[in-house]
Design a protein around this ligand. Structure first.
Ligand SMILES: Nc1nc2c(ncn2[C@@H]2O[C@H](COP(=O)(O)OP(=O)(O)O)[C@@H](O)[C@H]2O)c(=O)[nH]1
Ligand SMILES: Nc1ncnc2c1ncn2[C@@H]1O[C@H](COP(=O)(O)OP(=O)(O)O)[C@@H](O)[C@H]1O
Length: 179
């Protein structure tokens, strides 16, 4: 199992979408979140969008492999689906934040932790702002979280710098031994 983390706006979703277009056999976990959908996001595709009460239930029933609060919303990985795919021997990819990556490392030490880094701080700010999905105060919050995440890079097994989506997808596939 491979965990991909990195600051908001670095390009995680873009890289994963590119990788899965060429290799749909890579299974990506769909997380539950209390965040509201962005335009174009669909329930069950990018996320399972749930209310706070539903998220409380998922935690209480032990249905999440890990969960974390990120920039004011909660996000969690449904446990059953991940375990089923691992049992079936499929390549499993989680795209989660630093706190989640740390929790996975504790509960599944065999997981491979990959950090996606921006070419520079200015480029990260450009990407996050340029995406145009969040208002300025949310961007500020995510950039504050990004500073913490960038400082934790050394906790990961591997760092990939997202200069080129094509290159980084190929590198990630190689790390996952999908060719
Ligand atoms: N711990 C944890 N983090 C998650 C999960 N799903 C998504 N995240 C992370 O939550 C953060 C915010 O995600 P999102 O609101 O979709 O923003 P984006 O990643 O900037 O597009 C990102 O770092 C995601 O990787 C999850 O199930 N668990
Ligand atoms: N290698 C890259 N070069 C230039 N822009 C990129 C690259 N990777 C992603 N982007 C752009 O950066 C923005 C943030 O990417 P996204 O995949 O949403 O990030 P994340 O999922 O890490 O929050 C998007 O507008 C995306 O098109």
């Amino acid at each position: 199992m491979t965990v991909l983390s990195g600051p908001s706006g670095v390009g995680k979703s873009t890289v994963v979408a590119h990788l899965r277009q060429a290799h749909p056999e890579v299974w990506l976990s769909v997380s539950a979140t209390t965040r509201k959908p962005r335009p174009g996001e669909r329930h069950g595709v990018q996320y399972f969008f749930v209310e706070n009460e539903e998220f409380d239930k998922l935690i209480a029933n032990g249905e999440l492999l890990e969960w974390a609060e990120f920039a004011g919303n909660r996000y969690g990985t449904p446990r059953r689906a991940v375990l089923d795919r691992l049992e079936a021997g499929e390549p499993v990819l989680l795209e989660i934040d630093l706190q989640g990556a740390r929790l996975v490392r504790e509960s599944m030490p065999e997981a491979q932790l990959v950090f996606l880094a921006p070419p520079s701080w200015d480029e990260l700010v450009r990407r996050l702002t340029g995406r145009g999905t969040e208002p300025p105060e949310v961007i500020e919050r995510r950039l504050a979280a990004a500073k913490v995440e960038l400082a934790a890079e050394s906790e990961f097994d591997t760092t990939l710098v997202n200069t080129s989506v094509e290159d980084v997808s190929a590198e990630l596939l190689a790390l996952m031994r999908v060719v």
